[in-house]
Design a protein around this ligand. Structure first.
Ligand code: FAD
Length: 479
């Protein structure tokens, strides 16, 4: 009697580009049927937000790394472009698969695509199953006492800590029976993800190592070098004392379960602060899950009445790091060059756009979405609304960052600014965050011609602050 091999299992990869701690892949491997690993670049399904340019660069390299890792287990990674549902249907027809597995996504527009896919497959009598991995908590299950969702971080994090069991990471499968048929897969280059004309990705290549091996190396280096003291040093951009795991998390090359497991035995002083920062990511997703329009609509509707300025010249100056405020410009240039910006500087740069320039936070959100390698539907939208004051548990609108004082506090020797803006690097510490106050002779000696080699301030911060407060007051008064 011949034993029949079961029909293949399709494992869909999305923002979970890893082999370790991958419940969908592990389940497929346990089943013992041939595994079809499939990535679909879905830029056609309505409502799905197209990835920004920096994320596309990351995706290219992350898929390359995933393909290599899967290859080591015996599985081919098939690449396709099109509507997820249609591509999966074709893959089922070509391979005869009767199981489709994936790890859950929590962006409501993506979750809706997955829910439709699951219902459609089950209607056809196929097995469709999804798993956890991206988040420590299930946003649907963690509820307040009154059955709603959390709008304030502290009780959210307390509930997470009290109620959510953080499971251990799932072991990677050993040798897997990879399906050996043909799906008409595209090559990685055919996905057309990396910039060529021009190739602006040099800074990204120099800075990052996409893929789960890069993610694990980053985590270990962070734990060994920077976790002790993280709580004190995380706010100083020149120290590079944060984990820089955000793009790896955004692409699911590492899971919060793996991070928490690595911290379990840690006695380092920064451990609980670091855990709670990862908790902000959980909170952002909690908010996004329950507020699908988080990137488009003010969480607090009273902000709909805010009179934003339409100033394209100022927006461009901000985008290109030419506002004349060194800490803001340094951040925006770091972003442009590396696809990442330090959290403290993100807050300062965002505050400057929203409050000093009075430009709608959604313009900033879009720019970050396009330029960040860690662009993340939940973290980006929630953080922009946090700075704007329009979000849940947000910084009050009237708390307006002074870019000079923030620079002097968090970059006291100007190392960060000098690294990003070499043209003002010769200024002494005293003027590095306020070049316009430097004596003419000093500027001349430093080869700085304000307005030519480096801009004069786009706005006067004091006056801009007054303006922002007046506009905010009239929003509140309804006048
Ligand atoms: P670490 O300090 O090492 O923290 C570890 C992880 O915790 C991060 O990788 C991240 O996943 C999470 N985390 C840390 N701080 C926050 C936070 N404030 N909110 C949510 N999660 C957090 N983060 C993104 O991942 N993607 C974005 O698109 C994004 N956009 C932002 C936009 C603005 C205007 C602001 C102010 C912040 C934004 N953040 C975003 C949050 C934060 O700046 C980054 O997560 C952090 O700088 C990433 O660096 P890290 O990995 O070294 O952080």
């Amino acid at each position: 009697m011949s034993r029949q091999t079961p029909a293949p299992t399709i494992v869909l990869f999305r923002r979970d580009l890893r082999v370790d701690d991958n419940a969908a892949l592990a389940t497929a491997a346990d089943r013992g049927a041939p595994v079809v690993a499939l990535y679909v670049l879905d830029e056609e399904t309505k409502d799905l937000r197209a990835m920004g340019a920096a994320s596309r660069w990351w995706l290219h390299h992350s898929l390359a790394a995933l393909g290599r890792r899967l290859g080591q287990t015996g599985v081919n990674l098939f690449l396709a472009r099109g509507r997820t549902g249609e591509v999966v249907a074709k893959a089922i027809a070509a391979s005869g698969a009767d199981w489709v597995l994936w790890n859950r996504r929590y962006d409501p527009s993506e979750a809706a695509v997955d829910a439709r896919l699951k219902a459609g497959l089950r209607e056809k009598g196929l097995t469709a199953q999804s798993f956890d991995g991206a988040l420590l908590h299930e946003p649907l299950l963690l509820k307040t006492g009154s059955g709603g969702f959390y709008k304030v971080y502290t009780p959210f994090w307390k509930a997470m800590t009290d109620k959510v069991h953080v499971r251990d990471p799932i072991d990677p499968p050993g040798r897997v029976d990879g399906w050996q048929g043909e799906l008409g897969s595209l090559s990685l280059n055919e996905l057309d993800l990396v910039p060529t004309k021009p190739d602006w990705a040099q800074g990204l290549r120099q800075t990052w190592r996409p893929g789960e091996e890069g993610a694990q190396a980053r985590l270990q280096e962070f734990i060994e070098r920077d976790l002790a003291g993280y709580e004190r040093r995380r706010d100083f951009p020149s120290r590079l004392a944060t984990s820089r795991l955000s793009p790896h998390l955004a692409f699911g090359e590492i899971t919060p379960f793996q991070i928490f497991a690595s911290l379990r035995r840690s006695k380092s002083s920064g451990t609980s602060k670091f855990r709670s920062e990862v908790g902000w990511r959980e909170f952002s997703y909690h908010l996004l899950f329950h507020n699908p329009g988080l990137a488009q609509r003010n969480f607090r509707p009273e902000f709909d009445a805010m009179s934003w300025r339409d100033d394209k010249r100022a927006l461009r100056a901000w985008q290109h790091g030419l506002t004349g405020y060194p800490i803001v410009d340094a951040g925006m240039r770091e972003l442009w060059r590396t696809g990442w910006m330090h959290n403290r500087v993100r807050m300062i740069a965002a505050s400057f756009l929203i409050k000093d320039l009075m430009i709608d936070w959604r313009h900033g959100e879009k720019w970050f979405w396009d330029t960040l390698v860690d662009a993340d539907a939940a973290n980006n939208a929630a953080s922009w609304q946090w700075v704007a004051g329009s979000g849940a548990d947000a910084a009050p609108y009237f708390r307006i960052f002074n870019p000079v004082l923030q620079g002097e506090k968090f970059d006291p020797q100007g190392d960060y600014v000098r690294g990003q803006i070499p043209e003002i690097g010769a200024l002494p510490d005293r003027y590095i965050h306020r070049p316009w106050e430097a004596p003419a002779s000093l500027l001349q000696d430093s080869k700085i011609e304000l307005g030519k080699t480096y801009p004069t301030p786009l706005v006067d911060h004091g006056a801009a602050r007054e303006r922002a407060l007046i506009v905010y007051q009239s929003m509140k008064d309804g006048s």
